[in-house]
Design a protein around this ligand. Sequence first.
Ligand SMILES: Cc1cc2nc3c(=O)[nH]c(=O)nc-3n(C[C@H](O)[C@H](O)[C@H](O)COP(=O)(O)O)c2cc1C
Length: 482
Amino acid sequence: MNTFKIDEDRPSEHIRKIALTFNGEFEEGLGASSLKLDNSEIGHGYINLYEPFPGMNVRTYNLKLSKELSFNLKDHGYSPLYLIYCLEGSYYHHYSSTEGATKIAQGRNLISISAANEEHELTLPANEDIKISVIALLRNKLKDEGRGNLVNVIRDIVLKMDQGESYQFIGGLRNNIERHAKILVENRRTDLAGKLITEAAAYTTLAAQLDDHDKDLSKSTNIELTDKELDRVIALCNYISNNLDKSNTIKELAYTSGLYPKKLQDAFQYLFNESVAAFIKNMRLEKSKELLENTNLSVGLICDKIGINSKSYFSKIFTEKYGNLPTEYRLSFNQGENSFELSYRSKARLYLPDTEVEKIVTLSEQSNKDVGITGCLIYYEEEFFQIIEGKKSDVLNLFEKIKEDERHKKVTILWKGYRKKKIFKEPGLFFVSDRKNFNYNHIKDLGITMQSLLRGDKKTAIKDLRFWQRIRNLIIDKALVG
Ligand SMILES: Cc1cc2nc3c(=O)[nH]c(=O)nc-3n(C[C@H](O)[C@H](O)[C@H](O)COP(=O)(O)O)c2cc1C
């Protein structure tokens, strides 16, 4: 039986483990990750993860498995609230204290809290098309920051639920969740429009699940919206995200989408719980946040890109939403806990002496320490693989130097982006190699051998990028846990 433990504090890590076990393709970003499984041993499909804000993890399973897959929802001492919706197929849910599992079928809404110290397990069966959304709310992490009312409402609901005993609610079939959950499970995009659509779908799914639980909690609006119209609205979101610098009046958007203005407004209200204008404003602000995090563009240029004419108006609405002026936000983001990672592989220069590699390692250990960069270097069969992480500007400056170094060539980036937490705890450079004659005395040991990194992967050639992607996932998996 394949069972993976889920730690809601680090929700992407069990997905990395699944990728490693079944040779899946794992892509990760800040707040969104995706795993593609495509192999006869385990099956085909996707597992996606979204973290819209601290305290809310959303996972979607869109799979056809050839073997059962189980998830152990480990107890954290603070019992997350789980809202699980089965859109297609079925699954089994089981508390550690009770005997036997409950089969939950298509169209069912499960709301569950386990008692303190109790674990529960979710099992996805084999040979069925499965579409399931799982929303986990972590009461200790839901803070009143930035996202306004919604987080507060969710927090109140979660806090009201009794923490003492386990609680399970399985809703009837007459519910309004399906359409929202369908968007949630089937949307795989992780670009800005994709993220906003998923985020909105997660909120509306959550609201519909709670509504099903307690009809008074929210008032669902029922509008007539065909699947075709729904597709048009989603295509329109994509259009808006690519044309944020345009004015985009309702009339223009109605023309672009081929929907009447009234229908358009109703559809946005239904899907996103906000007006078209509020949706566009939100998207502009999210885009500006992304640009502040990832570029050095001035606030004025950012305003041009997102179609806001006045810098002072932009600063005002940005502050209202995120609690900081744009420039302050950029500063605190750059100095914050978020760490920037860059991983690359390269080919050593022909006949590079081992002493030269030793020199790189010894010098880098000291100079990386000096600037607060952490990382590791792998040297295997004349190929280098390196992860460096730290402040974005430091990492990019160092990479510029490394790229130009004549001791290697064909430098190819495997992954770069922000991470919430660093992979390696100690600054400096860990080194792993299969070479016997190095003087390892002054080399920092990661506790991982080359043999253990190679184990289990005999099929992928070292030339193949996937070989190194797998090595990267293995290192992160081992370094983060160990
Ligand atoms: C595969 C490889 C990995 C390297 N890793 C680092 C490193 O992590 N830190 C570092 O300071 N230099 C590293 N270097 C060396 C740099 O390319 C460069 O020689 C060094 O930073 C000194 O540059 P400077 O004399 O211009 O300051 C690496 C070189 C190679 C070929």
